[in-house]
Design a protein around this ligand. Structure first.
Ligand SMILES: [Zn+2]
Length: 295
């Protein structure tokens, strides 16, 4: 009785992926905050198929998001899932990790990811379950392979270069480069369309963005936005936003503006350039203010 089987799986959803380069499959996230309806499937996630095995490039925003990605992988290839990259601590990127425990993969993260998970994941899990319902966020999974500066993994004649970044979007940002196709996975070091959210260092983020710009790239898969973009063009837009935030926050501090009032004046000219601006921009200004007020 297929109909009953389908309803027994209610809450789970099937996802589609786009092959943006040979063997690189991406599911695009929606530009929304987490809701019961979207199941926190709001980040771009995906996988790379190598000659021998598969690497998951962020496991998704909830257990059901991770399970849907896993079903999609099993539809595309039967090769074993050997690596699960966890790009940073934010729940929309890593709460799907529990769906892959059955594959016994190497969970890869920045050297600072374990402490960020220890400090925050339980809080994130509780908030996510308020939205999705009890038991639906997923188990907290810690990385089993830590990257200090650089590392690489091999999927079978397919090398993935890993780079642990200085404090930028967060203090635990890991990017990956699929060397064969020149595809960069900057995760949330690159936002497209959706307004960036600052949870690390504004000055550090500008620095890391510039460093990524020196790589020889064919395309990038941003943490949020289209499944594939031209890195240089997308990074320029991000840089414009971050530099407005930097310069106008500095000006507000110099003018004696209070921290609570700064969001009303800083970088307002960027408002029409980004979705969810009103949801995140004020927090970004507050973060920038705290970083810059003592410089
Ligand atoms: Zn993030």
């Amino acid at each position: 009785m297929p109909t009953l089987l389908r309803s027994a799986q209610s809450g789970s959803r099937e996802i589609d992926t786009e092959e943006v380069a040979r063997g690189v499959h991406i599911r695009r996230g929606v530009h929304e905050i987490a809701t019961a309806h979207n199941g926190d499937a709001i980040a771009n996630i995906g996988f790379i198929v190598g000659g021998e095995s598969v690497a998951v490039m962020d496991p998704g925003g909830s257990l059901s998001d991770g399970e849907a990605l896993r079903r999609r992988i099993r539809h595309v290839t039967k090769r074993p899932i050997r690596y699960v990259l966890m790009s940073h601590v934010h729940p929309d990127h890593i709460f799907g990790a529990g769906a892959f425990l059955q594959d016994d993969p190497v969970f890869v993260g920045h050297a600072e990811l374990p402490s960020a998970i220890a400090q925050r994941a339980e809080y994130y899990r509780e908030r996510l379950e308020e939205v999705l319902g009890a038991g639906r966020a997923g188990p907290i999974v810690q990385p089993t392979m830590l990257v200090n500066e650089r590392a690489h993994i091999d999927l079978g004649e397919r090398a993935i270069e890993l780079r642990a970044h200085g404090v930028a979007h967060t203090d635990n940002d890991l990017s990956a480069l699929d060397v064969e196709t020149g595809t960069l996975f900057p995760s949330d070091l690159l936002f497209v369309q959706r307004v960036p959210s600052l949870d690390g260092s504004l000055k550090g983020w500008l620095r890391e963005l510039k460093a990524l710009g020196s790589l020889d790239l064919q395309r990038a898969v941003p943490g949020h936005g289209p499944a594939s973009v031209n890195f240089a063009a997308a990074a320029r837009k991000m840089q414009t936003y971050l530099e407005s935030l930097l310069h106008e926050t500095r000006q507000a501090i110099a003018d004696g503006v209070e921290i609570d009032a700064a969001p009303d004046s800083v970088a307002r000219s960027e408002r029409d350039n980004w979705t969810l601006f009103d949801d995140y921009h004020g927090h970004n200004v507050t973060q920038a203010f705290k970083e810059l007020e003592w410089e």
